[in-house]
Design a protein around this ligand. Structure first.
Ligand SMILES: *[C@@H]1O[C@H](CO)[C@@H](O)[C@H](O)[C@H]1NC(C)=O
Ligand SMILES: [Zn+2]
Length: 546
């Protein structure tokens, strides 16, 4: 892919890229000149001809703004406004971080405003946490606290929250109420009774969350994101706010109902903001839970839990019914699937929907128009990988999930399944993978994702599995160019914005970022701490480092 090392000018006029501006354009538009531009789209010859060159340029190299193909915007904003317990390895550390938050936010933890946090992991803690663990700190004892597991599939609550629930809570299908070593943790479908009690943030608060989320994402060089699950009420809020001054990230929102798999699509309508700040034309359905909590639905039992093979959140026929009902309303169907059984049923469901949509066409042709995706696409049987390749079902992949899970993935899956089925990237290149981070589950910095995709090492440590200097299963690693495309062209195709986003070329949205030097000139380790110089969205500078 070409970096145009000639000096180049980009004009973001009316939010759209134009090269070769005339004097009139320059008066009304933000005109920028860089030492180099990576277009991702316009060919070298094409652009050279059109780019006006002169020599009094800003230092820096422009490239298309990056997109995160799978994140959670409101939750990310909430995370930025809550207790960060990622990386904590002891209960003491968690209690200290919560206490510090309470010191900084006097009055937090009331029945009306619970303390929220995310990032705990029973694997790192060595035991499943309980409400009692929180009560061990006198200052936290009576507070309302709800902390999400690192994968946001489980919540851990304080005694004050438990006291709101009925005494003898029955088990819930598709979920787990952890009762040993004590009460406090609820997973998957079992979070529902707690969530029903949680005093949800109002729109004013959510607007604050969105603003802080977008600010932070711009800092990382992100100009757009695919929101993998937005409730009907949040979709309405998005519609209200999209295009306002604080709305500095383009959002491709997948509709999600609070009960995660609601059947009737009626309350949500397709919506496309004319300036490309908000698009609603997809739905997020859920097939299973996460690998970390043995929640992913597997064809065969877990290697480290004989007799256990995870669970589906809905059964196969129900998943198919829901996929079909959304697809026939004109929605792109994106299904969360981690385990190989969940992925199999997700493909079945999408295939059924495609057949119904285009009875007289090949599945591949139909899919090229409807672009169904599997969110995570984490562990997939070889037979089902072959089906994805044949139909062109889009894998939506988070490269840092592989590097976060590499410590235990092989324990859960065993060697054979890990090698044949897990965390594919390179072998999916022909079916246009969408790359993302799943923020706030993982850090939102896309350069960490690019690093993980290229090296298959943790961007936090720069190491492979168990501290190894080598990457984990590097046969599935991407090249730098492929990884960048996964954060630009991938989301563009998977979100129906190709030609408009992920490229710098005439007619595309004027979204670009500026780096100190071209990525290819950097040592790959530099990506772990890379700081973007500027971020531009719709021809406006929304972030400047210096
Ligand atoms: C699948 O789930 C649906 C909805 O919960 C239910 O009506 C149906 O009986 C289930 N099918 C099987 C085979 O359990
Ligand atoms: Zn997600």
């Amino acid at each position: 892919m070409a970096w145009l090392y000639s000096v180049a000018t980009i004009v973001g006029l009316g939010g759209i890229v134009r090269f070769g501006q005339n004097a009139a354009d320059a008066l009304v538009a933000e005109t920028r000149c860089y030492q180099g531009v990576r277009t991702n789209g316009a060919t070298d010859a094409d652009s050279r001809q059109r780019l006006r060159t002169h020599w009094d340029c800003d230092p820096g190299y422009a490239m298309p703004g990056l997109w995160d193909g799978h994140g959670h915007l409101v939750q990310y904003g909430e995370f930025l406004n809550s207790v960060d317990i990622f990386g904590s390895t002891t209960m003491d550390e968690i209690r200290n971080r919560v206490s510090k938050y309470v010191d900084e936010h006097p009055g937090a933890g009331t029945a009306q405003e619970w303390i929220r946090g995310v990032g705990w992991d029973q694997m790192a803690l060595g035991a499943m946490p309980t409400a009692e663990d929180l009560a061990a700190d006198e200052g936290l004892k009576d507070l309302y606290i709800m902390l999400d597991r690192v994968d946001v599939h489980c919540i851990w609550v304080s005694q004050a929250v438990l006291d709101l629930l009925p005494e003898d809570l029955p088990d819930i299908p598709g979920g787990e109420i952890v009762r040993n070593p004590g009460m406090g943790v609820f997973c998957d479908n079992a979070v529902a009774p707690v969530m029903a009690l949680w005093p949800k943030p109002d729109d004013k608060k959510k607007a604050v969350f969105l603003k802080s989320a977008m600010r932070q994402l711009n800092q990382y060089g992100l100009v757009g994101m695919h929101d993998a699950g937005v409730s009907a009420s949040n979709l309405n809020l998005f519609k209200e706010l999209a295009g306002s001054e604080d709305w500095t990230v383009r959002v491709y929102a997948m509709a999600e109902y609070y009960d995660r798999n609601a059947i009737c699509p009626d309350p949500v309508e397709r919506y496309n903001d004319p300036n490309g700040f908000l698009s609603i034309q997809s739905v997020k359905l859920f097939a299973d839970g996460a690998l970390g909590s043995w929640g992913s639905a597997m064809i065969d039992e877990y290697a480290d839990r004989p007799g256990v093979s995870g669970s589906l959140l809905v059964n196969a026929s129900e998943l198919t019914y829901r996929a079909v009902s959304w697809a026939t309303k004109g929605f792109q169907v994106n299904i969360h699937a981690i385990g190989d059984l969940a992925n199999r049923y997700a493909i079945d469901a999408q295939t059924a929907a495609l057949r119904l949509l285009c009875p007289c066409e090949s599945l591949a042709d139909c899919q090229a128009r409807h672009r169904f995706r599997i969110e995570h696409s984490q562990i997939i049987h070889e037979d089902d990988q072959a089906r994805m390749h044949a139909i062109g079902i889009i894998p939506s992949i988070q490269p840092t999930h592989a590097t976060s899970d590499m410590a235990y993935a092989e324990l859960r899956l065993g060697k054979d399944r890990t090698e044949k089925e897990a965390y594919r990237m390179r072998s999916f290149l022909d079916i246009r993978p969408v790359l993302g981070s799943d923020f706030p589950v993982e850090p939102a910095d896309p350069f960490q994702g690019i690093y993980a995709a290229v090296t298959r090492k943790s961007p936090h440590t720069g190491r492979g599995a168990n501290g190894s200097p080598d990457g984990w299963h590097t046969e599935e690693a991407l090249t730098l160019d492929q990884a960048i495309r996964g954060f630009t062209e991938g989301p563009a195709y998977g979100g129906f914005t190709e030609g408009k986003t992920g490229v710098i070329k005439p007619g595309a949205y004027a979204d670009w970022i500026v780096l100190d030097k071209p990525l290819e000139d950097m040592d790959i380790e530099e990506l772990r701490s890379l700081k973007v110089r500027e971020t531009w969205v719709a021809g406006k500078r929304v972030y400047s480092r210096d």
